[in-house]
Ligand binder design. Sequence first.
Ligand code: AHG
Ligand code: MN
Ligand code: MN
Length: 307
Amino acid sequence: MKRLDVFLKEQKKPELSIIIGEFVKSGKEIYKQLQNIGINGYYSESDEKNASGDSPKKIDIYAHDLLVENLKSTSLVSIIGSEESKELIKCGDFISNKVYDVYFDPLDGSSNLECSGGTGTIFGIFPSSSLSCGDEEEREYKFPKGRDIVCSGYLYYSSSLILTITFGNGTFVFTFDGEHFVENIKSPLVFTDKCQRIYSVNEGSKDKWNDILREQIEVFKKENYTLRYIGSMVADVHRTLLYGGVFIHPTKKLRLLYECIPISFLVENCEGVSYSDATKVLDLTPESLHQKVPIVLGCKRDVYYFS
Ligand code: AHG
Ligand code: MN
Ligand code: MN
């Protein structure tokens, strides 16, 4: 099976490969801490509040700090945006004129930590449109359009350490075998018409749903769909990409820039679709770092904007 290093060489994007290498290096460290979470107490809350008003856990901050340090060390990243940073982080001292803006959720699904549920790191990478540090005229930073994304993926921390990634030419899955990340047998992932009938939504928020969603969920129930909901976006999305079906988060909780856009790039590269209300997520341009949007994603058969 193909190793990640061979796959990355084939992409012929050396700067991006170096950045992915830092996500992989950081992911291995985060995974190690997660495996000791019952001992190191990293699931306890830090005494800060993040920009979304959540109280991050110690491991959210650990993952954020590690990723910022490792990404800065590449000298190929101009802007960093993270769920755990109130503002954009500006970097400098580039070693190439090809630099990138990187947005990430350092740890997604933190509410699952104490019960050892699946969690992940979500990332999206864009060609840099910003000024490097030290530029005199500080232009207002323009967030990139969703479609400007050039690479996205997630590290999934569960029974295995998984990397799911796309450069826009298919979505590929790699599993860490203790030494290397090797391509998963189901790679590249493509939704087929045989994909399983699964819907994934938090039914507890039913009173906040609009009529379209309410009616569509009733249709799924009549057609004997299975409900699966883990409450960690990376875990629910990973199952959806491998098994099929639809994942829905209808209330404005998920963040457009570092959750919805990167995941939607993966979904579209599996020949799936991803909408926020009646607009494709990748056709959106974030107005702020922590902007929240509703999302419906999955195989075309089940995303109700298609029905
Ligand atoms: P995070 O842990 O990064 O804050 O993300 C949590 C998100 C996402 O992982 C998941 O899909 C969603 O919260 C679950 O929300 P509900 O509790 O509303 O179901
Ligand atoms: Mn998240
Ligand atoms: Mn998070």
